[in-house]
Design a protein around this ligand. Structure first.
Ligand code: FE2
Length: 412
């Protein structure tokens, strides 16, 4: 077949034209402006699509960091009266101090009438007792032990900060909402650490979860962070970000139910203690067995555990063992409906404060008594700690109400 001669084209003046030459040598006049406009349209469509994809990706992948930023930036720090200034001490004996923090069950509401008026406990009382812990720690380490210099304050968090949602506990809690209960308790711990940071150059807060905050029917041994105590610790960590970034606070929240902590060369094991078996409600033999076994496991790894810190039993005690000591922490409430009726249990609320010497290990132990005066006297007091986090946001939301559009009210 004879090829036809290429078509001769005349370029139109005034228009931006170009020639497209096909494989047969044929040429076609193309309006370049039109073609570019088409390209722009396509690119705009593509851009819109990519923007929408980016938006949804950002929404998903950065949810946690957005949450973190919101917690950090939005709400004003809850009300508390700060101490005046950092006191620089020149002590002769160098030690570190360790505050054992556990079993606050801060969101729990215990009514006196249900527990023979042996206890009255709610979040306001928890704030007062938190204040007692901070004030006693400061007055004991700074005012009483004038000959000591505490290089570091360790806070060994052993869980059960909140009552969680097992046994229908949320129904009898401060905010009736486990998220709020946990964030509120995290806020309280952040305020305690902020207060303490005025007196100690370095604070290390380690936290393991307890049994009350679990979010599975039975304990999930792979789910230490699937626990309300994890949210408490992470909320505190987020609120303390400035202190952490300044290098004055370190926060460790492991993905395990236990953790090892070396203070100088002394090895501490932190665990909530709910896995210790009891006989006739007495954990002594279970503790002895567990301690012995963990000691043997430590030997395999070439590490000797010296101090075992447990919460859970709500009774402060210490027991000597072969290579150190078992220290059981108390709770923030003396008893509750279950403890009193089912176990007949009542223990004065205590939390341990310990001194750790580089050569001698734990040298002194002070149980901080959390209740001061009678229950009636305590109920009249107002703590310098108050959680305003949620109300702040709820009030802010009230400002954005309605906007008129086409005579219709729409809610924003
Ligand atoms: Fe507990």
């Amino acid at each position: 077949m004879r090829k036809s001669a290429p078509k001769k084209l005349k370029l139109t003046p005034g228009k931006k034209m170009r020639l497209n030459v096909d494989s047969n040598g044929g040429a076609q006049e193309v309006d370049e402006t039109k073609s570019l406009l088409g390209d722009i349209g396509r690119l705009e469509d593509e851009n819109r699509k990519l923007r929408s994809e980016l938006k949804s990706t950002r929404r998903g992948s950065t949810l946690f960091s957005l949450l973190s930023d919101t917690i950090h930036n939005q709400p004003p720090f809850s009300t508390f009266t700060p101490y005046s200034s950092i006191i620089q001490k020149k002590g002769k004996v160098k030690e570190s101090a360790m505050l054992v923090l556990s079993d606050s069950h801060g969101d729990q509401e215990i009514l006196g009438k249900r527990v023979q008026n042996l206890e009255e406990y709610n979040f306001d009382i928890a704030c007062l007792r938190a204040e007692r812990i901070v004030d006693t720690t400061v007055s004991h380490l700074i005012d009483n032990m004038k000959n000591y210099k505490f290089e570091r304050l360790y806070i060994a968090g052993l869980g059960d900060y909140v009552n969680g949602d097992i046994h229908n506990a949320t129904e009898h809690s401060k905010w009736r909402n486990s998220l709020k209960n946990s964030m509120g308790m995290g806020e309280l711990i952040a305020m305690m650490i902020t207060d303490l940071s005025r007196y100690f150059p370095e604070i290390v807060f380690c936290s393991v979860s307890g049994n009350h905050g679990r979010r599975s029917f039975k304990k999930d041994y792979r789910g230490a962070q699937n626990n309300w105590d994890y949210l408490v610790a992470m909320h505190a960590a987020t609120r303390l970000r400035n202190l952490v970034e300044s290098g004055r606070c370190k926060i460790v929240v492991p993905d395990s139910w236990s953790m090892g902590l070396s203070v100088y060369d002394w090895n501490f094991v932190l665990n909530h203690g709910d896995d210790v078996r009891s006989w006739n409600s007495i954990p002594h033999y279970g503790i002895e067995r567990k301690t012995r076994r963990l000691g043997a496991i430590g030997a395999v790894q070439g590490t000797t555990p010296n101090y075992f810190l447990y919460g859970h039993f709500h009774t402060a005690s210490t027991t000597q063992h072969t290579t150190g000591e078992v220290i059981l922490n108390g709770s923030w409430a003396a008893t509750d409906e279950y403890a009193l009726n089912s176990l007949g249990a009542y223990s004065e609320p205590f939390q341990w404060l310990l001194g750790v010497h580089p050569n001698y290990g734990v040298t002194w132990r002070m149980p901080i008594k959390l209740r001061k005066g009678t229950l009636a006297e305590e109920a009249k007091k107002k703590s310098r700690y108050a959680i305003t986090l949620f109300e702040d946001h709820e009030q802010a939301e009230g400002d954005i109400v309605f906007r008129e559009r086409n005579d219709k009210k729409i809610y924003l």
